[in-house]
Design a protein around this ligand. Structure first.
Ligand code: CP
Ligand code: NVA
Length: 293
């Protein structure tokens, strides 16, 4: 198993399934343990976060360890200390690091110079920790996702990228409904992914529908054109009606109600969004035990 978790495909499906299984077991036992006693996790964030930050901090505490949040502006990194030097020094002191970075390149550079595991807590490219929680939420209620039809509606962003990797690894059928101008050549390279400009086609008979904001952190200058381009890609109750009657709706959050989802969708009976958010904590515990233990 790779020492770092920068993308889902750093691990094989057996590793990921083991992490999900262990996370669910910890959740069912509501277990507080001392498995990571004496271990220290550093969190370096270049962007805002609610769920990722708090779930890692609480996960470390519940496993007997400690975590510290290090905003880039408070580190010498923010004043120009090289990423490589920061990685060498910090990894000589802590047992693991979570990075939320503007550029994925920073994750690569950091991990190449880190002697302890580096976890990607979101980059412009991907969000593998989110997928651990999403897959866990599906497994928890519906079992294996293999062979299932999953729909993604909206921007092919970092979260969608990790869904596309998950589709290859877990062998499910991902339908991505996204305007062509927001798909790059790179986005078309995935196995098990079908691209469409029709939300109806994507969600028809699907068992899982997921979406995310149209304007991710860093895309703010394109707000106007994005709102226009994605206006027919909203997920609402009528969209869910076109899927299987037992469809599960997920959203990584934060959401912009009235844009990518209708104002009432988070509380629809088919939504598992609140459970999904809580599952970030359980998934991080499974991941930390695997990497830091
Ligand atoms: N879904 C997610 O990563 O949320 P935060 O940005 O709040 O961490
Ligand atoms: N795509 C979003 C995800 C936030 C968790 C962003 O990058 O802002």
């Amino acid at each position: 198993m790779n020492n770092h978790f920068l993308d889902l495909n750093n691990y094989g499906v057996e590793d990921l399934e083991r992490i999900i299984k262990n996370s669910l077991e910890l959740k069912s036992k509501n277990k507080v343990s001392d498995a990571l006693e004496g271990k220290f996790l550093g969190l370096i964030f270049e962007k805002s976060s609610t769920r990722t930050r708090v779930s890692f901090e609480v996960a470390m505490t519940q496993l007997g360890g400690k975590a510290s949040f290090l905003s880039v502006n408070d580190l010498q990194l923010g004043r120009g200390e090289p990423i490589e030097d920061t990685a060498i020094v910090l990894s000589s002191m802590v047992d693991g690091l979570v990075l939320r970075t503007i550029d994925h390149e920073t994750q690569l550079k950091f991990s190449e110079n880190s002697s302890v595991p580096v976890i990607n807590g979101l980059s412009n490219k991907s969000h593998p920790c989110q997928l651990l929680a999403d897959l866990l939420t599906f497994y928890e209620e519906k079992g294996s996702i293999k062979g299932k039809k999953v729909a993604w509606c909206g921007d092919f962003n970092n979260v969608c990228f990790s869904y596309a990797q998950a589709a290859e690894l877990f062998d499910f059928e991902l339908w991505v409904a996204c305007p062509k101008e927001f798909l790059s050549v790179e986005d078309y390279k995935f196995k098990n992914v079908t691209y469409t400009q029709s939300v109806s086609e994507a969600v028809k008979d699907s068992e899982l529908i997921s979406t995310d904001v149209w304007i991710s952190m860093g895309d703010e200058t394109e707000s106007k054109e994005r709102i226009e381009a994605f206006k027919n890609y909203q997920v609402n109750e009528k969209v869910l009606d076109q899927a299987r009657s037992d469809v599960m709706f997920l959203h990584c959050l934060p959401a912009v109600k009235g844009q990518e989802i209708s104002t009432t969708l988070l509380d629809d009976q088919r939504s598992r969004v609140w459970r999904q958010a809580e599952n970030r904590l359980h998934a991080q515990k499974g991941l930390l035990l695997e990497l830091l233990n």
